[in-house]
Design a protein around this ligand. Structure first.
Ligand code: ZN
Length: 71
């Protein structure tokens, strides 16, 4: 847990970690996914799924990635 995650958890409680773990980064190339929380981030009170351009840590592919919510 990094400082930002600790801070959000301190302010909003354990649901921050729960929600952040439901949001996953997905690679459009190899299907690799990791949760926002595992990647060191926080996503809280968000609804919109979105795509963005980034680099996949698994296959190294640079291109479209998805941020999706899964339960
Ligand atoms: Zn990939």
């Amino acid at each position: 847990m990094n400082r930002m995650q600790r801070f959000f958890g301190w302010v909003f409680g354990p649901r921050v970690e729960r929600e952040s773990r439901e949001w996953k980064y997905e690679c459009g190339q190899c299907g690799h996914s990791e949760s926002v929380w595992e990647a060191g981030g926080v996503r809280f009170k968000a609804n919109a799924e979105k795509s963005y351009v980034g680099r996949c840590p698994a296959c190294g592919h640079v291109g479209k990635r998805w941020l999706r919510r899964s339960r």
